[in-house]
Design a protein. Structure first.
Length: 459
């Protein structure tokens, strides 16, 4: 027979298929630590309030600690003869300490218990995801610092646009992941209120000290509406949203790595340890990790859509639909953490083909804007300068020449304002180094931003 907490009013055994359909232990065992942590706080408070005796409270806390130890050491195995992790822990406690164990659930429902467990679990995972992001940012910053003067084409519409640097390009991703971290900390601050003590939905008649349990568990304070407390999963939706945005950023970055690693671009080469081969084509070295990160993004978006849809029709307060919050959230968290970590290793070990990047910037007429600006400085109106350089670009395309490689005669044939100083004015170095507005790729602008990033990561 299955172990249940609610057999009293029933005269018939639960149908086996119904039992399995309803049971959650196969996945909610993931938060056994948090379940025990919450129960310890609850029992401590019950004792302090005189709702149960000090002696029972101490026995419960000791019993719960021994269960935690035994699960962690592998001595106690979580089995599916229990409906959920809450039942498993309570039944085990009663086995260990007898009657005192039966007093643990005084003034509590599994509804506020599971709301608490899920919050405690999510809170820990917000911290873990944040740490993964911090480590990724360290790798990005390392690459930035080494490549302040590594020139590459910047693109719009996937067409070469203006020259930038590798530091500048990677810095764009630094900003994205920095925002992701700040999103996580916003979510943390908003969610960090304790639902324990809300009971099934309407609080309880026992004089629970909700301030005390909230404090013991590191929350800012208790939640203020017991019906909302047991049915609020906004924080999970927000977390899945943050994870989706993180994945979207990783996916964009992956897409670029895939393009850069292609035979046509060769901007980067992925390390052998982060690439895979083909079973039939011996020459292949595939960017599977980047492709999988891009692919798994769909899975995390799916979790967000799934939970939003589950929650949309739920009348107050708790309904069993809410149990569906777990598997998809767990999967999304583990997927995102795995992706951040692997992505970090992949870019940390990849080689930048700096010469190829620089040659690509040079040969894509990425300095055409600067050539036009040169004419403007010599008094030519910008619209006319734009036309003149357009003609020169056409000439360059026809003769397979970069602007840097024209002779002065070739320049003068189109416009006699050109002089010897054109070469310096349109060199890659000049094009990048003259861009010194805040956030631009020029060295001193970039150095200033890098100094801010170093300080940010040191905090
Ligand atoms: N397994 C349930 C969940 O995850 C725990 C809460 C059960 N509450 C109840 N009234 N059946 O939501």
């Amino acid at each position: 027979d299955n172990m249940k907490l609610w057999g009293g009013r029933f005269t018939k055994e639960t149908d086996k298929l119904v039992y399995n359909f309803n049971a959650s232990i196969s996945f909610d065992q993931k938060f056994f630590r948090q379940d025990i942590q919450g129960s310890i706080a609850h029992a401590t408070m019950l004792g302090a309030q005189g709702i149960i005796s000090k002696d029972d409270s101490e026995k419960i806390v000791a019993g719960l600690k021994s269960i935690l130890e035994d699960i962690e050491s592998g001595k106690l195995e979580i089995t599916d003869e229990y409906e959920d992790i809450h039942t498993f822990v309570e039944a085990n406690l009663i086995e260990r300490i007898g009657d005192a164990g039966k007093r643990l659930h005084t003034g509590r429902s599994r509804n506020d218990q599971v709301a608490l467990d899920m919050k405690l679990y999510t809170r820990d995972e917000i911290g873990n995801v944040d740490e993964e992001l911090r480590e990724l940012l360290q790798v990005i910053l390392r690459i930035m610092k080494e490549n302040v003067e590594t020139y590459m084409p910047g693109f719009t519409h996937m067409q070469k646009a203006q020259p930038v640097t590798v530091a500048h390009h990677f810095g764009a991703y630094f900003e994205m992941f920095k925002r992701d971290r700040s999103r996580l900390s916003d979510i943390f601050a908003r969610m960090n209120y304790c639902p324990l003590g809300s009971g099934a939905l309407a609080g309880t008649t026992y004089p629970l000290d909700r301030e005390m349990t909230a404090r013991l568990l590191g929350f800012t304070g208790p939640t203020l509406n017991s019906m909302d407390s047991v049915s609020d999963r906004d924080y999970l939706i927000e977390f899945l949203d943050a994870l989706s945005i993180i994945m979207m950023h990783l996916s964009r970055f992956s897409e670029e790595i895939i393009i850069w690693n292609s035979n046509e671009y060769k901007f980067v080469e992925l390390d052998d340890a982060y690439s895979t081969g083909s079973s039939i084509m011996p020459q292949k070295k595939n960017p599977d990790i980047a492709e999988l990160v891009r692919g798994k993004t769909g899975r995390v978006y799916g979790a967000l859509m799934s939970l939003l849809t589950t929650m949309k029709g739920i009348p107050l307060a708790y309904d069993k639909d809410i149990q569906e919050d777990k598997e998809l959230t767990f999967d999304a968290i583990d997927t995102a953490k795995g992706c951040i970590s692997l992505f970090k290793g992949m870019i940390d070990t990849m080689t930048l083909n700096k010469d190829i990047m620089e040659a690509s910037a040079k040969h894509g007429f990425t300095n055409a804007t600067d050539a036009a600006d040169y004419l403007v400085r010599k008094g030519v109106p910008f619209r006319d300068a734009h036309g003149i350089i357009g003609q020169l670009v056409l000439y360059g395309i026809e003769h397979h020449k970069a602007l840097d490689d024209f002779t002065l005669d070739e320049y003068k044939a189109v416009c006699d304002v050109f002089d010897d100083d054109i070469y310096d004015a349109i060199s890659l170095k000049t094009c990048v180094e003259k861009r010194l507005t805040i956030g631009a790729p020029g060295k001193s602008a970039m150095d200033a931003v890098i100094a801010q990033y170093e300080q940010y990561l040191a905090e």
